[in-house]
Ligand binder design. Structure first.
Ligand code: DGJ
Length: 773
């Protein structure tokens, strides 16, 4: 055993109880109270690692990765307190860490408690915290306020969780002996500098404990004085909203499980922070049920924080003796600019073993081409046209199953409709695979139409409250998968379809909100259990059909969190395929989700959801930056259009290795009419940028536009990239002189001075190919 440090300065004299153990150089355990026998939260044992140990030093722990520092103080009397989360502080010697702590202690202000109130990762009122408490709940009215004492801290380095690397993992076990609760907090620093944390609350008392909330909180510095989060609606996800960080709580809740208006990220930063600069901090809840995310300044002393967790409905989680509630992971990212914050999410997602590693197949989805008109000749003609365009996957959308002639019936009966498909889906499957494409199929497993055999047989399997049904939405209700029979019914039918047909892709849809959603067996709220049951269903189907990829769709981007993305390969980003709208929707969603997971389609010339008409060049250049698909009746397109689509598909297939593995960059162009974004290959040897003219520009020509993110000392060749190279010169306008032969400039000059660009009409874009010379 090697003692790595001492913890003699903890604020409670506990030296006789304290034991520091380390089995080797990679694990440090501080046991602050030795009796843990009655808790089931035993430590994981299968961890191996070797690394230098950055802590503890007098209860201080410094976790570092990829330019981020997290300095934590863990004392017996208080849950972990984050003293710094932000820019890397370097290799801090013990005395400097101590000094950091000393310098962080505020003087007592008038009208406040006699000792400074700690902002812990689960703030507690028992310590004087006046903002949102980390844990709420009660035992028939009692035990409403907690005071946890830390019993053990454990830190391991360079380990894995679920196959993905973890740079540092801290586990803190605490107990509130009065309230008869134990708490385990896990805090991880991932190799890309992303931090995540979650809590597990266990009832050790005899009576039931009802959990109200368990929210994790991360502190912000006073410099974070502006909030950016996202709102929206169906067909308009991720609309950004910026506002001052003022006293009080800016709370975003999702009370309907899926949510188009819910924010994927709550960020706060230095006023004016942009993509490329300005310190910014953000949190995300990896959960597909109800969530709460907030930015709060709840104390007169001015502490600011970002908080997040699951939103639990009244009485939804009631813990009997020994039972525990585990919160979802809350992810926290820091960056100098949103690009860096975003890159940490992308790095994490790409580090997971289940992250899609194969080239993302160009696909065709038949929805907006045929809707419910499932006619074999029409669908095979579309397959022919798609294959001719270079498409690799064909997705049959809604309408193939029993009784599903429109959106009023059929959900829940997942067998092929004999009337429409007398020979099953085989003729289509044979045709599609014969053309060399993979077959994909649509399901909406968590839903049921009242007009279905399933609902007629089992009305009690519908999420409902009392003797009333929730208001119908799209003529459907939510199937309560927490009923074993319902879960097994859906599993069995989907499993059978996946076994019968050569299906390589499932589009998993979810088209209504969970409201008034009770579980009939108990009469209690059912969203929490439903979310777990839906995860279990996906996990089981994935395990049974490991070659099948899954897409998360909820009327478009209503379910795009990291909980669902742990078990799906992409999201359907929005039901709106209008390329102009998609520029904003994908910019917002893309902060969290990397391009290879963002379903992005070339739609019809006239958008079905906005009525706007766009050139194919603009639609193509927009879809090019995600996981490209086509959602347009190609059989009705002209020859010229079809060959242009084929050029876009070919370009996508040629460049997807760069687009799907590189680093996303965006600029803060002074002209709000111009959006410049791109992807830089790892190593910065190559990049592709899009220069998008959203509206008419403030200036014409736009002036010199900067291309950031390249290696400053490398010289690059910059030239337009086909087929995104066509510019229609406006009235009496010409192209910049360098346009036809390209230009050679260093990465430093491209980022610092930029290049002249042609003037474009609004709702157009050009692509630039940047290659190291
Ligand atoms: C909503 C989805 O977002 C659409 O793409 C399509 O799959 C329809 N549902 C089908 O009902």
């Amino acid at each position: 055993m090697k003692l790595l440090t001492s913890i003699g300065d903890l604020d409670t004299p506990i030296s006789s109880d304290v034991e520091i153990t380390s089995t080797d150089d990679e694990e440090v355990t501080m046991t602050m109270q030795t009796d843990l026998a009655d808790t089931a939260d035993t430590a994981d044992t299968a961890e191996t690692a070797a690394a230098t140990i950055p802590g503890p030093t007098d209860g201080l722990w410094h976790l570092r990765a990829a330019g981020v520092s997290l300095v934590l103080e863990v004392a017996r009397s208080a849950l972990p307190q984050i003293l710094h989360w932000g820019a890397d502080l370097g290799d801090l010697p013990a005395d400097e860490l101590d000094a950091l702590r000393a310098a962080a202690v505020p003087p007592v202000a008038s009208g406040t408690p006699d000792a400074p109130v700690p902002l812990t990762i689960l703030p507690e009122q028992s310590a004087g915290w006046l903002g949102t408490p980390g844990v709420t709940g009660h035992r028939d009215g009692a035990d409403f306020s907690t005071r946890f004492l830390v019993e053990q801290v454990r830190l391991v380095h360079d380990v894995e969780r679920d196959g993905a690397p973890v740079a540092h993992r801290m586990t803190v076990d605490a107990r509130d002996a009065e309230a008869d609760l134990t708490l385990r907090i896990e805090i991880e620093m991932l190799p890309g500098g992303l931090v995540r944390a979650r809590g597990r609350l266990r009832n050790t008392g005899a009576a039931v404990f009802t959990v109200g909330s368990l929210d994790l909180a991360l502190p912000l510095p006073r410099e974070a004085d502006e909030i950016l989060d996202f709102t929206g609606r169906h067909l308009r996800e991720r609309s950004p909203q910026r506002h001052d960080f003022v006293a009080g709580t800016h709370l975003r809740e999702s009370r309907r499980a899926r949510s188009h208006d819910g924010t994927l990220l709550m960020t706060a930063g230095r006023r004016g922070f942009g993509y490329r600069s300005g310190e910014v901090w953000g949190v995300h809840v990896a959960w597909s049920g109800n969530t709460r995310t907030f930015a709060e300044q709840g104390m007169p002393t001015g502490e600011r924080l970002l908080g997040a967790g699951e939103l639990l409905l009244a009485g939804e989680v009631r813990l009997s003796t020994g039972q525990a509630y585990e919160s979802p992971w809350v992810y926290a990212s820091y960056g100098d600019g949103l690009d860096e914050l975003s890159h940490r999410f992308h790095t994490y997602l790409r580090s997971r073993p289940q992250h899609p590693g194969s080239p993302r197949k160009a696909l065709v989805n038949v929805w907006e081409a045929v809707y419910f008109d499932h006619d074999l000749d029409r669908l095979t003609a579309l397959a022919d046209a798609a294959a001719a365009a270079g498409v690799e996957r064909y997705v049959l959308d809604d309408g193939w199953f029993r009784g599903r002639r429109d959106d009023t019936a059929g959900l829940g009966d997942w067998t092929v409709d004999d009337d429409v498909w007398p020979e099953g889906l085989h003729p289509l499957a044979d045709h599609v695979t014969g053309l060399g494409m993979e077959l994909g199929l649509w399901f909406e497993p968590e839903m049921v139409n009242p007009d279905s055999d399933l609902a007629r047989a089992h009305p009690e399997w519908i999420l409902q409250t009392g003797n009333r049904m929730p208001p119908e939405a799209r003529h459907q209700q939510v199937l309560d998968l927490a009923h074993t029979g319902a879960w097994e019914h859906v599993y069995g039918q989907i499993d059978a379809i996946l076994a019968e047909y050569p299906i390589g892709f499932v589009k998993w849809d979810h088209n209504r909100d969970l409201v008034d959603a009770g579980h009939t067996a108990t009469g209690g709220a059912g969203v929490h259990a439903q979310t777990h049951a839906a995860y279990r269903l996906l996990d089981a189907l994935r395990a049974a059909h490991p070659h099948v990829e899954f897409e998360s769709c909820a009327g478009g981007g209503g379910r795009a969190d990291l909980g669902i993305l742990e078990r799906t390969e992409r999201i359907w980003t929005s039901d709106c395929i209008d390329a102009l709208e998609r520029q904003t929707i994908e910019a917002g969603t893309g902060l969290l989700v990397p391009p290879e997971m963002l379903g992005s389609h070339i739609g019809s010339p006239t958008s079905h959801t906005t009525g706007r008409r766009h050139e194919l060049s603009f639609r193509g250049a927009t879809a090019f930056f995600g996981h490209l698909g086509i959602e347009w009746d190609l059989t009705a397109a002209s020859e010229a259009e079809r060959s242009e689509v084929a050029r876009w598909v070919a370009a996508y297939r040629q460049h997807r290795d760069l687009l799907h593995h590189g680093r996303s960059v965006r600029t803060d162009d002074p002209d709000p009419a111009l959006r410049v974004h791109g992807v830089v290959r790892e190593g910065a040897g190559e990049a592709i940028f899009a220069v998008v003219q959203l509206t008419t520009g403030v200036w014409a020509p736009p002036g010199r536009v900067r291309l950031p993110g390249l290696d400053p000392d490398t010289t690059y060749d910059v030239r337009p990239l086909a087929p995104g190279d066509e510019v229609e010169p406006g009235h009496g306008e010409a192209l910049p002189p360098w346009w036809s032969d390209g230009v050679r400039l260093s990465g430093r000059t491209l980022a610092g001075a930029g290049v002249q660009l042609p003037h474009q009409f609004p709702e157009r874009s050009v692509l630039l190919h940047v290659t190291a010379v």
